[in-house]
Design a binder for this molecule. Structure first.
Ligand SMILES: [Zn+2]
Length: 290
């Protein structure tokens, strides 16, 4: 199918969200069997939540956020699991590359479906996050250490090429696959032969709703079984500081609140001070903060 043919089909249908005139979505009207043969690129996704999801709202919202040039269709394979059909390879590769995405603060795990593969066989257990490594002291600031830390977190997919470009960094970035069934890691200890232990902190970019009691992505603490047996006043093992600002907003020289969240700085603040600091943080957009 030529691009011009698809483009002409795209002109056939426009959906407009009734609540927002700015949200307009064009859907290509591709014949089912023809699209199966040529010009179709598939991805499969799972929303990590127990909430009930309405497909039309999910479809409209994600299409408006993704804005694929050639459009996207989707259908529900089972509750909270979807097959996405794109009409240009660059659309689907860009959208997956720019993830992870959220819908109503719930994480969407999204993977390409290789040609000829059953979508049901594509594992949807891990999602690739950019993790920031904070409080890494001198002597540990090297590509090898960052890569090793990535492996500790699961696997090092890649590191940020700007980590060691000569600029003094407040944190270093590594992309890792995170198993969403397990608690996210908050910190780790590092030691070199003759040195003492160094405690480093992790922050996750675009981290969606997660539980401050068990550290697992997909539910808030009031919906956790641990909530039932936890005293209301007890300190929660996980806190919002695990969430980095939107990755597009943290690539500069660092904002004051990033500095204040290293382990050493955090220990200097009592809870009341820290809470007031938290509420004053910028609320950068994107990434399902919640
Ligand atoms: Zn929980």
């Amino acid at each position: 199918m030529a691009d011009s043919d698809v483009a002409s089909m795209c002109a056939n249908l426009t959906l407009v969200d009734v609540d927002d005139d700015d949200v307009a979505v064009q859907l290509p009207i591709a014949p089912e069997d023809q699209a199966e043969v040529e010009g179709a690129y598939y991805a499969v996704g799972r929303l990590v939540t127990n909430k009930t999801i309405r497909l039309p709202l999910f479809h409209d919202t994600m299409a408006a956020v993704w804005r694929p040039v050639m459009g996207v269709n989707m259908r529900e394979l089972e509750p909270r699991k979807y097959l996405f059909r794109f009409y240009h390879e660059k659309d689907v590769t860009r959208i997956i590359e720019q993830g992870p995405w959220t819908f109503e603060r719930s994480l969407l795990i999204m993977k390409m479906v290789p040609p000829g593969q059953d979508p049901a066989s594509v594992p949807l257990t891990h999602v690739e996050f950019w993790v920031q490594i904070h409080a890494l002291t001198s002597g540990f600031r090297s590509e090898t250490v960052v890569t090793t830390i990535g492996s500790f977190l699961g696997a090092c997919i890649k590191t940020d090429e700007r980590n060691f470009d000569g600029t003094i960094r407040k944190f270093y970035r590594v992309q890792v696959p995170i198993d969403v069934a397990k608690p996210i890691r908050k910190q780790m200890n590092l030691k070199r032969d003759n040195s003492g232990w160094v405690l480093i902190d992790f922050k996750y970019e675009r981290l969606p709703t997660f539980c401050f009691l068990c550290g697992i992505i997909g539910h808030g603490d009031k919906f956790c079984h641990k909530y039932l047996t936890t005293d209301d006043g007890a300190e929660k093992p996980y806190r919002a500081w695990l969430r980095a600002g939107n990755r597009r907003g943290v690539t500069g020289n660092g904002k004051p609140w990033i500095l204040l969240e290293s382990t050493s700085e955090r220990l200097k603040w009592n809870a009341a001070t820290f809470d007031s600091l938290s509420s004053a943080r910028p609320t950068g957009g994107g990434g399902g903060r919640g």
